[in-house]
Design a protein around this ligand. Structure first.
Ligand SMILES: C[S@@+](CC[C@H](N)C(=O)[O-])C[C@H]1O[C@@H](n2cnc3c(N)ncnc32)[C@H](O)[C@@H]1O
Length: 445
């Protein structure tokens, strides 16, 4: 992939626009890998305020995403051409090499553009010691451009790009063959999945968007660029929602006139589904900032909900509700296809911390329900501690709930996602690609 601004005016041998996009990519990589910020948030801070054109933004985003997705492979190739590893103080040079190698090996940037921009970037480092490494960047990237593809062809991509703790966790939970398929699938490019407003004319919209049906009944397209530029966006005919993320609200199956508590609602994809089904939704999220996004999203879609910014475990309710959706905060290891930053900034301690929070919210969720009411618990995680272990512990604790197993018909025939107990675990390779979601349905006794 050529950087879109690579043909702009040239300063110091490199197009200015090309250098700007690579410099922004470097800032993002530092932010994610060295400061452990989420890429979405770093992008918002670093790129959103610039006057970069849409295609340049998209290039920056794609370059960093691919670098994070393929980090293990890139490091192995770079390591092959270094006499000794770069020391801690030269970490920025490592990042420059990673971005250069990503362009050469996974983005089809013309070699001269990839090498020249990254060498120029190294030459602009503040520290003289780092600036001197410009020659090394040049030598290593040139070698990668000649010999890197042959090395990549022999690599075990799934293993190299998966941190040890996740590899171990998935082996333990799913067994070696499925764990490997999961690790391979999260290297895939993702499609864009949409959930349709009930008022939308499905066939007409599919034609306008050049879309197919997604594995869970929405639309799936291969769009790049700004979401808001797509047909139907401003008319509120659809919202972006991964095919797997559409399942929890479908399984909850709210009916018109019922009151449904959506406990962790932002940015509101599932709130919109419940409101579109005709239920009265009480949408709760701890973050007022994220709650503002729920309001904006619902407004665009012409849907309504009562919005409360509060801790989901302490919602002030007058009466018990018919249904509760608990889409709990989690490590999001099921979304690593789209958010590969998670691989490098999450750790086992995060799983434990999230599991504690989930257990607290789950206990409260049961209390909000009427007898006979339905609770759907879900997380976009692949970790046992956040999914099946939560439900097993709740049931073992004597909480007044029983499981209502989900059947294949309710998940569009995705039988492979149904666990023996009747819960759901979608995996990134199901249905020609979807997020990994754990979903369990319970009835209040
Ligand atoms: C997985 S996201 C929810 C996604 C949302 N259901 C959707 O479909 O668009 C989890 C949400 O939980 C919120 N959250 C985290 N801790 C919370 C708490 N103690 N109470 C309520 N919400 C919380 C976060 O702000 C985040 O928006």
């Amino acid at each position: 992939m050529t950087g879109p601004s690579d043909n702009l005016p040239v300063t110091g041998g490199v197009a200015t626009g090309a250098l700007v996009t690579r410099a922004l990519a470097l800032r993002l990589l530092v932010s994610v890998l060295d400061r452990h910020n989420l890429l979405d948030e770093a992008f918002e801070r670093v790129v959103a305020g610039t006057d970069l054109e849409a295609r340049d933004r998209a290039f920056v985003r794609r370059l960093v995403t691919v670098t994070l997705r393929r980090l293990g492979q890139l490091d192995a190739v770079i390591g092959h051409f270094l006499d000794r590893p770069l020391k801690g103080s030269a970490r920025r040079i490592s990042h420059i090499l990673r971005l250069g190698a990503a362009q050469l090996l996974f983005l089809d940037t013309p070699p001269h553009a990839a090498v020249a921009t990254m060498v120029e970037l190294a030459g602009r480092e503040r520290s003289p010691a780092l600036r001197r490494l410009k020659a090394l960047v040049n030598a290593v990237l040139r070698k990668i451009s000649r010999e890197g593809a042959a090395l990549v062809a022999r690599q075990d991509a799934a293993r190299l790009n998966t941190p040890d703790w996740l590899w171990q966790s998935w082996q333990t939970r799913f067994g070696p063959a499925t764990a490997r398929k999961v690790a391979a699938a999260i290297l895939d490019e993702t499609a864009l999945d949409l959930t349709l407003h009930p008022a939308a004319d499905r066939d007409a919209l599919a034609r306008r968007l050049d879309a197919l049906t997604s594995p869970t009944g929405g639309l799936r397209l291969n769009a790049r660029g700004r979401i808001s530029d797509l047909p139907g966006y401003h008319e509120g005919l659809w919202w972006v929602q991964d095919a797997a993320a559409a399942l929890p609200a479908q399984i909850l199956a709210p009916r018109p006139g019922e009151t449904v508590l959506d406990l962790c609602a932002a940015p509101g994809g599932k709130t919109a589904q419940i409101a579109a089904a005709g239920a009265r939704v009480v949408a709760v999220d701890q973050s007022p900032r994220r709650m503002a996004r729920v309001r904006d999203n619902l407004q665009r879609l012409g849907l309504t909900a009562d919005l409360i910014a509060a801790d989901g475990a302490a919602v002030p309710l007058d009466t018990a509700v018919d249904r509760v959706l608990l889409d709990a905060p989690c490590t999001a290891t099921g979304t690593l296809r789209r958010h590969p930053d998670g691989k490098w900034i999450k750790a086992p301690a995060d799983v434990a911390a999230m599991a504690d929070l989930q257990a607290r919210l789950l206990a409260a969720a049961v209390d909000y329900l009427k007898p006979g009411g339905t609770l759907v618990y879900c997380v976009c995680s692949l970790e046992a501690a956040e999914g099946p272990d939560q439900i097993a512990r709740l049931l073992a604790s004597g909480a007044p709930v029983e499981r209502i197993p989900v059947c294949s018909r309710e998940v569009h025939g995705l039988g492979e996602a149904i666990l023996p107990e009747g819960d759901i675990q979608t995996l990134p390779f199901h249905g020609s690609g979807m997020d990994g979601f754990f979903i369990s349905r319970l009835r209040r006794l």
